[in-house]
Ligand binder design. Sequence first.
Ligand SMILES: [Zn+2]
Length: 310
Amino acid sequence: MTDLHTHAEDIVAQFSDHLDLDVDDVEERLDNLVNEYRVPVDEARRSVVNSYLDEADLDRDALGGGGGNAAVGLAEIDEDEQWIDVTAKVVELWEARSDSVAQVGLLGDETGTTKFVAFETSDLPELADGAVYRLENLVTDEYQGNFSVKLNRTTTITEVDEEIEVGDDAETVEGALVDIQSGSGLIKRCPEDDCTRVLQNGRCSEHGDVEGEFDLRIKGVLDDGDAVHEVIFDREATEALTGMTLDEAKDMAMDALDTTVVAEEMRADTLGRYYRVSGPQFGRYVLVDDFERLSDPIDAEAALIEARSI
Ligand SMILES: [Zn+2]
């Protein structure tokens, strides 16, 4: 019964600011549900926690977990440098682009997903792809309207035996591509650890003059007739949209001795066409995960004439 005992200890810790619970009592209540009534452990735990919430006259949110920080949905983070606790699933692990990063990827909870970063210096246990963890003492981070969470030296990581239905926070917008904004095409990013800011005339706003790394991006505007939507295609999406690879873009710029020819070529290929895109909303942008080219909207009058003729 070590398992139930651990759950009981967790619950006692969770309520330590509100109720003076006895581990053995809590374990007995869990044991009763699990072994007497054959209730699954997760459900038993939820039921016991709920009864203590009632007893303490608390909302689940007020509990904020054992870390004592705000319990914020991952997709609802809207503050920089906020300390939070979450229970989240490791949805994706990405390749770390710098030696100082131990792990980088995507965490998900019921509200949606957000990027996480763990640094080598924090010396934390590794998160496993697909596993669910209780993570306490995370710090939120904001960059250009994009929020992420950082694990740090004080972060506690506890694997939990529960399944999370990760919420879908993707937005879908469509319309004619009416503008490709400056900062699109062949760009250079800052190579500093965890920076990736886009360079302006070879300068990073944080790190000054640096040797940039080439990347492709399109910051576009879709107009659906009622509203405009700002969207960002990353390198992969830009290559798929334009059919131009990063290497081809570099060659083109090299031949012309000018990087702006790339965005010009992309404009010529895509402006005025109709697209439907979907992806997470960050700040005022939809970051394009998926897109499809739509046939141009049906000319209403022509459709009417055709309908009458049937
Ligand atoms: Zn930089």
